[in-house]
Design a protein around this ligand. Structure first.
Ligand SMILES: [Zn+2]
Ligand SMILES: [Zn+2]
Length: 265
């Protein structure tokens, strides 16, 4: 396990948040890695979903990696490293891990047994509510219920920010995805998470996939990026690609946005 995230600096050919057919992606690990190499990326990390819900009813089976496939996932990536790694290209083995207050210690203990390079900390479940699954999950909720989901989301993200095992946090302001909530209302919540990251030496990603969702905005948005830069929080640009055509989607736009936020690179 990579104990300390080596900050790649934004926009320099890294891409560390990507999915394959081992979870909810539609390209194989090999297709993803070959596409990354062809796209000129220098360090490419796969991070399929690892979810061990602490309770029933999350419905995460449809998009997470099967728990008995982790060996095969790691073996396949080690094999791909042997055939594709060279002076200009390195594959990293990661996971995007769902945060649960109830059982994180058990999850980290299990994952430590594998030669993983890094872990992304993400929140997709608020109770049994699937934050980013479909707009139709949000639409029946009252304003109070939507607010309760958002409150729980940010509370869980604070918990994730405190975990030193996470190399960086995924898609910080994810609840804005379907454009059904006023994300700006939660700016102070995001600041609390950034302050924890600063204290703990944590990091962030600029996730470009939000540009292709109803919110039409990357995760996180510019105001939060500015606040992250003021706190010197390291950040890397990721596509959260679920298809091999997307491994560096909107990276130029992301680099421009980071410069606008004050990041110097
Ligand atoms: Zn995610
Ligand atoms: Zn993801």
């Amino acid at each position: 396990m990579m104990d300390k995230f080596v900050f790649p600096g934004p926009g320099v050919g890294y891409s560390l948040h990507n999915h394959s057919t081992f979870s909810d992606g539609s390209s194989t690990l090999e297709e993803m890695c070959r596409a990354a190499k062809n796209a000129g990326l220098t360090v490419f990390g796969m991070s399929d979903h690892w979810v061990e819900p602490a309770y029933e009813g999350t419905g995460t089976e449809s998009w997470r990696m099967k728990h008995d496939r982790l060996d095969e996932y790691v073996e396949t990536l080690l094999e791909l490293k042997r055939s594709l790694d060279d002076d200009n290209f390195t594959i990293k083995i990661g996971l995007e891990v769902d945060f649960f207050f109830e059982n994180m210690d058990d999850i980290f203990a299990r994952l430590k047994q594998y030669p993983l390079d890094y872990l992304i900390g993400s929140v997709h479940c608020c109770g049994t509510f699937p934050v980013d699954h479909d707009a139709s999950d949000w639409l029946p909720l009252s304003p109070e219920e939507r607010a309760a989901v958002c409150e729980m989301y940010w509370q869980k993200l604070e918990g994730a920010a405190k975990c030193k095992e996470f190399t960086f946090l995924g898609h910080l302001d994810l609840p804005k995805k379907f454009a059904v909530i006023d994300s700006e209302r939660y700016f102070a919540h995001a600041i609390r998470v950034l302050d924890i990251l600063k204290t703990n030496g944590g990091a962030l990603e600029l996730n470009t996939s939000g540009w292709f969702k109803p919110c039409r905005s990357p995760y996180p948005s510019l105001d939060i990026l500015k606040a992250a830069n003021e706190r010197n929080i390291p950040i890397c640009i990721n596509a959260d690609a679920h298809h091999c055509d997307h491994v560096r989607r909107n990276f130029d736009e992301a680099a421009e946005l980071l410069r606008k936020a004050g990041y110097d690179f």
